[in-house]
Design a protein around this ligand. Structure first.
Ligand code: MOS
Length: 764
């Protein structure tokens, strides 16, 4: 999910994003951009007129239900579906015996458009690879009939020894080939010697649990095959182009015969990718020769959609009396399977945050027989910052320093591991503003000194960080019609984060058109190819493609405008769009409107489609988002209950494109971070490999009553190297929250909890 980075260059150049070296007017000016415009898709959702993937109703559609294995490894010695087949309304029971031939899914990151969450074969034989694997799909005339029939399936297993204990798997831990294109191990200087000789040192172990994806919308799809063998998948998806390509490989179809449509998604977070359920729905629809809807139950989501994996992490720090770090070590192991590609990049923050002459980061994976783990909002960074930022807090305390001051002293001037210059880094400023606003100076340095009745009160702080990514391979199309309306199209995604609104704003600003004269089309692979909505990369990826398409459009318009009119002889970079016109930048009185240009050229529209420039900025610069997370908690001295009473996030993420949707993204990330800190935990039975709490009754996430007022601030300083000066902000909000809460709990109680979630039993 991330492009690899090259070596540092000596002389940084400033990317302008416009050919010819002109500055991008949209990154600088504050017109529509930054405005708190309400979600354009909001009214459709509130009124119930937005049709989600499980609300499309093709003629003759069947409903699917899935049976899951109850062992972790082995095979089915008996699979009796006769009662299910005889049940009322049942049209098909699909098992490995009658499923069509399917290629294993190409694994994500193995090819540009590969989307497989795992490359295990799907329903091709009697083998079981994890506890919860789909072993049969029932199609019936109603959902109730399908659900009933699935309960009649009888299975006998022959079990084989399975690795379901993390400790057991750790004995064979090994470094993966790469961590999203980065080396699993990096060492600068001599860490062991530096640690040995440090006057102040700590060496700590942190543990983080499994977590499952729980978007409000259940994973669901509706499948249609037409008479010509063309497949349409209505999906809840954050990577439609890759899903279409991958389905074509699995089913041996030409790529142009697969269409994926996903206009509305009820939350993604990394989980709305390609899993077994879509593939099985496509297969069952092919066998039954009727359209199929497959909606996973909440339990089904726990059984077949992977989540965050468990880790054990070590952080060791050495510092001198002056508070300067002389050694930083962050290593550890994540549970994984042999069939997936998500090693949980928890050492990424330590590669970029602190100046230290000796740094070692190293990650290993330990393979278990379990459901493939996957990306879940800031995979790696969310739990990596928990370990690192708790350790930083402990080190500051040992030195008798304020933790913010300790971080300031260790602020690097260039990327500490790659040596690349930072494209934009205003983390010290974000800390200063956050501290001022939060009232950090009122914190008592000594723990367990503030008490109100039964409640111990404390404050904590931690750094948030997430990389800037931009994915290669996207293209945008802009069509401008003679009535002065524009349609911008790209097969991208709106999962509730505000993409449709923000990209409409950005395109309107760039085109110099009012918001209601611009339509942003997305969510359909019939549009120009999009990149995934993942790795907080989509905003910049779309932005770069739109810049390229817009440049071509202006060129075309100038050509149409001809030689004897006000714009004669101007190049695209010499003009600027405003109020439905193109104007010369130097002499703004030289102007002509789009309507006039097209009318004179006798054209009803002009259209351009261009690929985005490759993400070269990532090769030259160290590009990251930052934040300072401030937390106040009260912990009940008798029951151990922790309540978060105040929270503030002060962010530095480039130019903020929409103040309202950005605030929601930051807050949403922080709320998910409160869940990570205090409650989320998949209970995994290490004897059987079974998830024991596959429901929202037993798997706890924050409710309204758990969430205090959350204030968010941002620097709004454009990153000169990114399109529109912006960074994606979908994931940064969750990072640092676990540590901010843990550090606040320490300040309140004097107890260091180094294992998530911080439940009350750990505080008693
Ligand atoms: Mo994100 S975990 O890349 O949707």
């Amino acid at each position: 999910m991330s492009p690899s980075r090259g070596n540092a260059i000596e002389k940084p150049e400033t990317k302008t994003w416009l050919p010819g070296g002109a500055p991008d007017p949209v990154a600088q000016k504050h017109g529509l951009l930054g405005q708190p415009i309400s979600r354009l898709d909001g009214p459709l959702k509130v009124r119930g007129t937005a049709r989600f993937a499980a609300e499309v109703v093709p003629e003759g559609m069947l409903y699917a239900a899935v049976a899951f294995s109850t062992i972790a490894k082995g095979y089915m010695s008996l699979l009796d579906v006769s009662a299910a087949e005889a049940a009322p309304g049942v049209v098909l029971v699909m098992t490995y015996r009658n499923a069509p031939k399917m290629q294993p899914p190409p694994l994500m990151n193995s090819k540009p458009l590969a989307a497989g969450a795992s490359d295990l074969p799907i329903m091709q034989d009697d083998r079981v690879h994890w506890n919860g694997q789909p072993i049969a799909v029932v199609l019936a005339e109603t959902q109730e009939q399908a659900d009933h029939a699935v309960s009649l399936i009888r299975v006998t297993y022959k079990t084989e020894p399975a690795v379901t204990s993390f400790k057991q798997a750790q004995a064979k831990a090994h470094p993966p080939e790469s961590i999203l294109g980065e080396p699993p191990k990096l060492e600068i200087g001599d860490v062991d010697t530096a640690l040995e000789s440090a006057s102040h040192k700590i060496d700590l172990t942190f543990r983080t649990p499994r977590e499952n994806h729980n978007a409000i919308e259940l994973h669901a799809c509706t499948v249609e095959w037409d008479k010509d063998g063309c497949l349409t998948l209505h999906d809840a998806s954050q990577l439609i182009s890759a899903t279409a390509w991958t389905l074509a490989q699995i089913f041996g179809l030409p790529e142009n015969k697969v269409r994926v449509v996903s206009p509305y998604v009820g939350g993604g977070f990394g989980g709305k990718c390609l899993w077994d359920h879509q593939i099985l729905a496509v297969a069952a629809a092919k066998v039954a020769q009727r359209p199929v809807r497959l909606t996973l139950s909440r339990e089904g989501v726990f059984r077949v959609i992977g989540g965050r994996t468990t880790t054990e992490q070590r952080v060791a720090l050495g510092a001198g009396k002056d508070g300067r770090l002389n050694a930083l070590l962050h290593t550890g192991v994540a549970a994984m399977t042999a069939h997936n590609s998500c090693p949980e990049q928890f050492t990424f923050p330590a590669r970029h945050l602190y100046a230290a002459p000796a740094i070692r980061v190293a990650q290993e994976v330990a393979n278990l027989d379990m459901l493939a783990n996957t990306f879940m909002r800031a995979p790696g960074e969310s739990i990596g910052t928990f370990a690192l930022e708790c350790a930083i807090d402990e080190m500051a305390e040992m030195l008798g320093m304020d933790p913010i001051e300790f971080r300031r002293i260790n602020e690097p001037t260039q990327d500490p591991t790659s040596g690349s210059p930072f494209s934009a880094r205003h983390i010290v400023q974000a800390y200063a503003r956050g501290a001022e606003r939060f009232g950090w100076s009122k914190r008592s340095r000594r723990p367990r000194t503030r008490r109100e009745g039964e409640w111990l009160i404390g404050m904590g702080v931690a750094t948030a960080t997430y990389p800037y990514y931009r994915m290669p391979g996207g293209a945008a199309r802009i069509r401008l019609t003679a009535d002065g309306h524009a349609t911008v199209s790209m097969a991208s995604h709106e999962m509730g984060m505000g993409t449709a609104t923000v990209q409409t704003q950005a395109a309107a600003e760039r085109l110099g058109l009012p918001l209601d004269h611009v339509t942003f089309e997305y969510g359909d692979t019939n549009l120009p190819q999009g990149t995934l909505a993942g790795g907080s990369s989509q905003t910049a990826s779309i932005g770069a493609a739109v810049i390229a398409a817009h440049h071509a459009l202006v060129q075309e318009l100038l050509k149409l405008a001809g030689n004897d009119w006000p714009l004669a002889g101007l190049k695209p970079e010499e003009v600027e769009a405003r109020d439905g016109r193109l104007c010369c930048r130097e002499s703004p009185e030289r102007c002509e409107s789009y309507v006039s240009i097209l009318k004179r050229a006798r054209r009803d529209h002009v259209e351009c489609q261009v690929d985005a420039a490759p993400p070269d900025e990532l090769e030259k610069w160290s590009m990251h988002s930052y934040g300072a997370q401030f937390c106040e908690v009260k912990v009940n001295a008798i029951t151990g209950e922790t309540r978060v009473t105040r929270f503030l996030g002060s962010f530095d993420c480039g130019r903020i494109l929409n103040a309202k949707t950005a605030a929601s993204q930051f807050r949403g990330g922080i709320i998910m971070g409160l869940g990570l800190a205090l409650m989320e935990e998949t209970q995994f039975d290490e004897r059987t490999g079974r998830v024991m709490n596959p429901s929202l009754a037993e798997y706890h996430i924050p409710t309204h009553m758990d969430v205090p007022t959350i204030e968010v601030l941002w620097t709004d300083i454009p990153d000169p190297q990114s399109p529109m000066g912006a960074h994606g902000i979908g994931e940064i909000g969750i990072t640092g929250v676990g540590a901010a809460v843990a550090n606040a709990v320490y300040n309140a109680t004097g107890q260091r909890i180094r294992e998530l979630p911080i439940t009350l039993d750990k505080l008693l």
